[in-house]
Design a protein around this ligand. Structure first.
Ligand code: COD
Ligand code: ATP
Length: 197
């Protein structure tokens, strides 16, 4: 079973591309969603996050206060590095367990979706990486539409914390262009056939 990573900058369209692979039967691990699940449910990690970022990290119902954490972590490299160092090892272990269960089901390949595959070192758990590419102006416009609470400055701050698109393109084994010019489905169908061959 091939383990394929799928990455791309904020708003590049990773989730949209993953939905297409999912409709073709591929299992998809959503690192963002799993990271948030683990942060809310792993007791030791919750304690560590509270110790580093303060009691505001979780609300009265025990839910992760995402807006607060985004506000304190994204603009501050030291705080973001601490958050990453706490969360990423959990996601790595969670993914390994999930992937083992998918392997037992006999899939030809699976996908791991993550904005930070290279930055977190997660690519080492994978056989190949797809980068989803879109120009920055399109990504910013998409995120402003999707996340009305984020300002253009917030988005630039996040972009500044991610590996450049040039480097991701250079390191990728495959590229999906989601630039409003090339159609997505034929690109996904081609890759799906290649991974099943
Ligand atoms: C800080 C948090 C709570 C903010 O949550 P919020 O719902 O506002 O944003 P969301 O998770 O949708 O992130 C928005 C986009 O920012 C980018 N992003 C997320 N985490 C990071 C990070 N650590 N470094 C750089 N970019 C990031 C991604 O492109 C992401 O899709 C959340 O991003 C988080 O917990 N991040 C740390 C865990 C992590 O690294 N997740 C990403 C892959 S494992
Ligand atoms: N080809 C497209 N045409 C129109 N809208 C698109 C296209 N691709 C993505 N979008 C929209 O742009 C937004 C960003 O896409 P998506 O959430 O898939 O990006 P992402 O790479 O997963 O982003 P993030 O890193 O922020 O999680 C979404 O609202 C999505 O519906």
């Amino acid at each position: 079973m091939l383990r394929i990573g799928i990455t791309g900058g904020i708003g590049s369209g990773k989730s949209v591309v993953c939905r297409l692979f999912q409709t073709l039967g591929a299992p998809v691990y959503d690192s963002d969603a799993r990271a948030k699940w683990v942060m809310a449910h792993d007791a030791q990690l919750r304690d560590e996050l509270t110790a580093v970022f303060g009691p505001e990290t979780f609300d009265a119902q025990g839910q992760l206060n995402r807006a607060y954490l985004a506000r304190v972590a994204f603009p501050d490299p030291a705080q973001l590095a601490r958050l990453n160092a706490l969360v990423h090892p959990h996601v790595g272990r969670d993914f390994a367990q999930w992937a083992a269960a998918r392997q037992a089901e006999g899939h030809a390949y699976l996908l791991k979706e993550a904005a930070l595959l290279y930055e977190s070192g997660a690519y080492r758990q994978l056989d190949r990486v797809i980068t989803v590419f879109a120009p920055q102006s399109i990504r910013q416009a998409r995120v402003l539409r999707r996340d009305p609470h984020r300002t253009p400055e917030d988005i630039l701050t996040i972009i500044g914390k991610q590996l450049s698109e040039e480097e991701k393109l250079q390191r990728a084994d495959h590229v999906v262009y989601n630039d409003d010019e090339q159609l997505l489905l034929p690109q996904v169908l081609r890759l799906d056939a290649e991974f099943r061959a």
